[in-house]
Design a protein around this ligand. Structure first.
Ligand SMILES: Cc1ncc(C[n+]2csc(CCOP(=O)(O)OP(=O)(O)O)c2C)c(N)n1
Ligand SMILES: [Mg+2]
Length: 427
C-alpha cells in the first residue's frame, strides 16, 4: 500500500461483512496512507450558481492564505535546481512567443498553454533517464524541452513548417520521437497514452529491463475508462509507469469539484493497489522528488505510482478560450503561487545559489536562445504540397502509397457526376 512517510493523510474505509446496520459490530476498518508533501492545503470549493438563464461559478473558502515556501529537495543538487529553473523559464517564454505568433496569424490552428504548470512539466520529465520514456499531453511542452526538443521544433510544429517534427502534417502537439528522444506523441483521446506507456514498459521488461515510463492525465481526463484500464494493467503487471494526475482544477469549463467526489485524486491509487502521492504542482522540488522516488520504484521493478500534482490552469483550455467562467479570486490566489516566481525567489534569496547578476544573465540567455529559435522557425519554409502523403504511415520512401482519389464506383457512368465533384473512393 501507500508508502509510510510523515506528511501523509489517512484514508479510512469501513468494511461491513453484512449490509444490515446491525452488523456494524463486525465491521473491520482499513487505513491507507497517502503521503501529502504540500506545505499548504488550500481550503476552498468551486460551485455552480444559476440565476435565471445565467450559469456561473463561485469560489467559497479561504483564498487569502499566505504563500507557502518551496519544500527543500531531498535529491536535487544546486546545479540541477538551476537547470530545472532554466527549463521552466524557456517553457513559459516559448509559450508567450507562441501566443504572439498566433496573434500575428503565423500559427496554423490553436495554441495550448501550460501557464502555471511549468514546474510540473519540467521537474517531472527531469527525473527520467535518457533511455526511459515519456508520453506528454498538450500542456507538457516543458517536458518536450527537457527531453531535448528545441523550442524551434515546437514553434515550427505550431506553424506547420516543412522542418517541423511532422513536416507540416500536423499543426499542434501530435509529435514525438521514438528513435532518439524516447517520446511517444501525445494522443488527444484522453487517457489513451496510459496503456500505450504501460505497453512501452512491458516491451522493455520483455527485453530484460525495468525502466520508468512517465505520462500525464488531467483531472478531467482521469474520469475516462481507459485511464482505469491502463493503470490497472500496469498495476497487475508491475510495470514501471509513473502517472502524473495533473489536477489543475478545470477540465475545459468544468471545475474539478463537479468532476469527482473524492477529496484527492491520489486516493484513486488505493483502488489500484499502488502508491498514491500528493504534491504541490507549483513546487518544482516536490514534483521532482515524487517523480524521482516513483522512477526509482519503477527501476526496481516495483510497479506504478500515481502522483497527483495540484495546481491551477492559468489560462483557458486553449487560445480561443478566455476562461471567463473562472472566478477571478481563484486566478489571484494561484497567481501569488506562481511556480517560476517562487522558484526564482528560492534560488536567489533563500538559497542564494544564484546572484541577481547570474539570474539576469540566465534570463537574458534564455531570451536570446528563444529569439534565435523563433526567428529561425518563422523564416523556415512551408512544406511543398507533394510532401503531404509520403511518410504519413511509414518512413519516407520505404513504401509507395498510391493516392486513391477517383470518382465513386457507384456513380461511375452517371453523366451528372463531374470530375470536380469527385470524392475519395475507398476500396
Ligand atoms: C476521451 C475524450 N473525451 C473528451 C475529449 C475532449 N477534451 C479535450 S481536452 C478536454 C478537457 C480535459 O481536461 P483535463 O483532463 O482536466 O486536462 P486540462 O485541459 O485541464 O489539462 C476534453 C473534454 C477528448 N479529447 N478525449
Ligand atoms: Mg484539468
Amino acid at each position: 500500500m501507500a508508502k509510510k512517510t510523515k506528511p501523509s493523510r489517512k484514508v479510512t474505509r469501513s468494511r461491513s461483512t453484512n449490509s444490515k446496520p446491525s452488523a456494524s459490530a463486525n465491521a473491520s476498518t482499513r487505513t491507507y496512507e497517502i503521503p501529502d508533501y504540500r506545505l499548504e492545503r488550500p481550503n476552498f470549493a468551486v460551485s455552480q450558481v444559476r440565476k435565471g438563464d445565467e450559469v456561473r461559478y463561485e469560489v467559497t473558502g479561504d483564498v487569502s492564505a499566505p504563500v507557502p515556501p518551496i519544500r527543500e529537495s531531498k535529491y536535487l543538487t544546486r546545479q540541477q535546481h538551476i537547470e530545472i529553473y532554466r527549463w521552466m523559464l524557456l517553457n513559459r517564454k516559448m509559450e508567450a512567443a507562441l501566443e504572439n505568433l498566433y496573434k500575428q496569424s503565423k500559427v496554423v490552428g490553436g495554441v495550448y498553454f501550460g501557464l502555471g504548470q511549468e514546474a510540473c512539466s519540467c521537474a517531472s520529465a527531469y527525473a527520467l533517464k535518457k533511455d526511459e520514456w515519456l508520453g506528454p499531453m498538450i500542456r507538457n511542452q516543458g517536458s518536450l524541452l527537457v527531453r531535448g526538443f528545441p523550442a524551434r521544433d515546437i514553434m515550427m510544429q505550431y506553424m506547420a513548417k516543412a522542418g517541423s517534427p511532422t513536416k507540416g502534417r500536423d499543426a499542434s502537439s501530435h509529435f514525438g520521437d521514438i528513435k532518439d528522444r524516447n517520446v511517444v506523441a501525445p494522443i488527444s483521446t484522453l487517457g489513451d497514452l496510459i496503456p500505450v506507456l504501460a505497453g512501452v514498459a512491458l516491451g522493455a521488461r520483455l527485453q530484460g529491463k525495468n525502466i520508468a515510463v512517465m505520462t500525464y492525465i488531467g483531472d478531467g481526463g482521469q474520469s475516462t475508462g481507459v485511464t482505469y484500464e491502463g493503470l490497472n494493467f500496469a498495476a497487475v503487471q508491475n510495470l514501471g509507469l509513473v502517472l502524473f494526475v495533473e489536477n489543475n482544477l478545470w477540465g475545459y469549463s468544468t471545475p474539478s469539484d463537479m468532476q469527482f467526489r473524492v477529496k484527492d485524486l491520489a486516493e484513486r491509487a488505493i483502488a489500484y493497489g499502488i502508491p498514491g502521492v500528493i504534491v504541490d504542482g507549483t513546487d518544482a522540488c516536490q514534483v521532482y522528488d515524487a517523480a524521482h522516488e516513483a522512477c526509482e520504484r519503477a527501476r526496481r521493478g516495483e510497479g506504478p505510482t500515481l502522483i497527483e500534482a495540484k495546481m491551477m490552469r492559468m489560462k483557458g483550455h486553449a487560445i480561443h478560450d478566455a476562461a471567463e467562467y473562472v472566478p477571478r479570486p481563484l486566478f489571484e490566489y494561484w497567481k501569488k503561487r506562481d511556480c517560476i516566481t517562487r522558484f526564482e525567489h528560492y534560488l536567489v534569496s533563500v538559497k542564494k545559489w544564484l546572484s541577481s547578476d547570474e539570474n539576469r544573465k540566465l534570463i537574458e540567455d534564455v531570451d536570446r536562445e528563444l529569439e534565435a529559435d523563433r526567428d529561425a522557425a518563422v523564416n523556415s519554409p512551408m512544406p511543398a504540397p507533394e510532401t503531404a502523403a509520403p511518410g504519413a504511415y511509414c518512413e519516407d520512401g520505404c513504401h509507395t502509397i498510391k493516392p486513391k482519389y477517383a470518382i465513386p464506383k457507384t456513380r461511375l457512368g452517371k453523366s451528372e457526376m463531374k470530375t470536380s465533384e469527385a470524392a475519395v473512393h475507398l476500396k
